[in-house]
Design a protein around this ligand. Sequence first.
Ligand code: MV4
Length: 511
Amino acid sequence: MPKIKKILIANRGEIACRVIRTCRELGIQSVAVYSEPDRTALHVQMADEAYLIGPAPSNQSYLVMDKILEVAQVSGADAVHPGYGFLSENATFARRCAEEGIIFIGPPTGAIEAMGDKVTSRLLMKEANVPMAPGTTDSIDDVEEAKQIAVSIGFPVLVKASAGGGGKGMRIVHKVEDFENAMQSAQSEALSAFGDGRVYVEKYIVEPRHIEFQVLADQHGNVVHLFERECSIQRRHQKVVEEAPSSILTPEMRAQMGEAAIKTAKACGYVGTGTVEFLVDKNRNFYFMEMNTRLQVEHPVSEMITGIDLVAEQIRVAEGEELGYTQEDLHINGHAIECRVYAEDPTNNFLPDPGHLDRHQPPSGPNVRVDAGIAEGMDVQIYYDPMISKLCTWGKTRAAAIRAMRRALREYEIVGVQTTIPFCQFVMQHEAFTSGNFDTHFVPLYFTPKELALDDAGMDEAAAVAAVLMRRAGQGVAGKEKSATATTTSTTGASIFIDAFVSPWALRRKQ
Ligand code: MV4
């Protein structure tokens, strides 16, 4: 098979930048596509070529297959990398790429379809002997029949949408009297969200951990796993902190779950990078939940503990290359943590706070990796996901990775929008997190906005003022504004004198 020479990245933001970086390392030309407000975006600046594909709304730009395929043809790209989100798990798009002679950097259409439909994937997993929560492997539409099944499984049960994922069309049912209503509302929610009202019933696993395995498969039947990521720290089905490896897996469990993940990939004829999600209960039983047929947001933590560039592997296997290594060649080296930095206000129900980045100074130094999709002076757009960056740290041990993360979060300066940095700092300091004793209920169980109340709010204000002053001083005419100063009043009543050259993060409370 021929080498890929030019890749169109059908995405934006940090993941588009991430893919372009590997293209550059491999000597592959990169083609960006962009919507009108993204004209000056980082991914457009980084790519070798860039093409406008439409106005801001993604259904008029990043989701329009015709436009993306047209750019692929015009630019002479021989492959498309879909990133995550947008068209990444769209079987029709993968098929259309193939029809136009363009390599879709992702799994075969059949694998996307099989895993996109949860009833189909449950049936496949049953045949492959992958452990699953007790439940149906068929969709059910007869309420009485479904109720009987729920009773025989035992409450609580979950009614889940076959076309679902991410919690849409999902209902927990605690007692038989509530079953009928729950099933009907799950069906109608699924129908309006996905145009597919099919649901199935599963035993509800109480207080589980979400642990997912990274798999990698070539076109010759070789499949390995790159160990697991612990993703239990979520908020409303949105992951906020991930780490690799999980602190609760023993080597035996890791081997068993890894084997199950490989079986899953083989059962659907997988090629490329994929993720098999499991729930793990209090007794350390694990259950297949779903498979994501794309490169995931949190892939960097797997890269950091294995030393493998997953995007480079995706490209290699898309070219038809063999993996060239086996499971025995892979080892976990140390521990990595990812904090997602969003333009959201954690003191106001994580309300998105898009806007201008007056300052964006990411941390650096030993064992820090920042994947940002935006730079200082740019805007976090209202039209798309408000993620600013992914901050990852590595350590020889979990404790060392946490220490590095606390230092890096403290070093990170963002002015202009509210961010989830204080929330991530809260997680890093929480005893349940540091001890490793937590589950998917961590956020609703422990977090309230008052956890972020400052020891001295004035100090934070002072830090913000200092940051703005520093910037103004930096922009001033040489010798004119170099000594900008200000005075602000702390909540304790004390006056704080700020020198522009005092680092704003040095002023912050010791976190
Ligand atoms: C479950 C579950 C408990 N038992 N399935 C949430 C999103 C969708 N992908 C599946 N989800 C769950 N499925 C059974 N049988 C609990 C959840 C769940 C969850 C899973 C992982 C991480 C966070 C979660 C938050 C709420 C519910």
